[in-house]
Design a protein around this ligand. Structure first.
Ligand code: ZN
Ligand code: ZN
Length: 341
């Protein structure tokens, strides 16, 4: 019989298929091949993007020229713009504000033919350092509440075919609803138990082991109990920490390692699946009486990797539930059996 599983962090239900084995070959995807047309994010084409807001560069190289390993530029077609006031207002019963925010593109490598999983550990570490630097900088803009970092890999996950390996960063004047749901659950759990719900779940999952995909000194990668998508994975820091931007230099490198390891396991098992990556961080701590008082103790940042194998259908839209054809215990068994590379 199938199972209905409730996600402890969001309260969301997932119908989990009865499957006891899967043939990863059923899901075999072709590697994402990028078109070789002109690309503004390739090295030497720097003049084709807006001026960079951040880059990790070779000593002596000039801004907006070659010689970088990671380069961050404003999106030339931003969904939100950095200029102007929020102008929060009401229109009858409705709330609205101006589309103020930041929308930046993080070029993860100067080379067009590389994906994250092809990079060296020090190169992936530079990408993580760029994420941190941008979050820290944008935290200074008092209009912003949240920085959302995500990545679309493969056409089915929303990447453009000519797309270079990039991440998106959006600074938002509001906290995203998915994060807010997690914050409320974590706060309520902490109010009763005085413990972090994520730390409790990680301890239990480590003990049971059946949903653990990979582990290193600082991070644990799990197939979540109520995974929404086949082969969904979440990376958690082992030590409690609410804010991604506070990870140590050593943690940056071990995050790069576990991320590359996971992406390579997915490629090995499923071909080259399209996926989305999303950082789930805490919002900026703005003074607001009685609001998120215990957030540093109750919330625990994490990174989700969501292979886009199943389509979102009328069922998901109508119910807010998900149907997952590959139980996480099976996904974990398939992925963890791939040797580290
Ligand atoms: Zn390119
Ligand atoms: Zn924790």
């Amino acid at each position: 019989m199938s199972q209905m599983r409730k996600d402890v962090f969001t309260g969301r239900w997932v119908i989990m298929a009865e499957t006891t084995t899967v043939q990863p070959s059923d899901f075999h995807f072709k590697k994402f091949v990028r078109e070789t047309k002109f690309c503004p994010f390739c090295e030497t084409n720097e003049a084709s993007t807006p001026p960079e807001v951040f880059a990790i560069r070779n000593p002596g190289s000039a801004p907006n020229g070659p010689g970088w390993s990671v380069r961050v530029v404003p999106n030339s077609e931003p969904r939100l713009r950095i200029e102007g006031k929020l102008g929060q207002r009401a229109e009858g019963f409705h709330d609205l504000m101006n589309g103020v925010g930041a929308h930046e593109i993080i070029a993860e490598t100067p080379r067009h033919d590389r994906s994250i999983q092809d990079l060296e550990i020090h190169e992936i570490s530079d990408v993580i350092r760029a994420y941190i630097a941008r979050i820290v900088d944008l935290e200074g803009d008092k209009r912003m509440r949240y920085v959302l970092i995500f990545k679309n890999h493969g056409e089915e996950a929303g990447a453009h075919t000519i797309s270079h390996s990039i991440s998106h960063l959006m600074a938002l004047p509001v906290t995203p609803r998915t994060v807010k749901t997690k914050l409320i659950t974590a706060r309520d759990y902490f109010a009763v138990k005085e413990r972090c719900i994520y730390c409790d779940v990680l301890q239990q999952e480590q003990k049971e082991g059946k949903r653990v995909i990979a582990e290193n000194e600082n991070f644990l990668a799990l197939a979540p109990f109520a995974s929404r998508f086949p082969f969904e994975t979440t990376i958690f820091p082992k030590s409690h920490n609410s804010a991604f931007s506070r990870i140590s230099a050593g943690e940056v490198e071990s995050l790069a390692r576990i991320l590359r390891d996971l992406l390579r396991k997915l490629d090995h098992t499923l071909g080259g699946p399209p996926y989305n990556l999303a950082l789930q961080d805490r919002p900026f701590l703005r003074p607001r009486a009685g609001y998120w008082n215990t957030i540093e103790e109750d919330f625990h940042w994490h990174m989700e990797i969501l292979p886009q194998i199943a389509r979102i259908t009328g069922f998901e839209w109508a119910s807010g539930f998900f149907y997952n054809s590959v139980p996480p215990e099976i996904a974990a068994r398939c992925l963890s059996s791939v040797a580290d590379s």
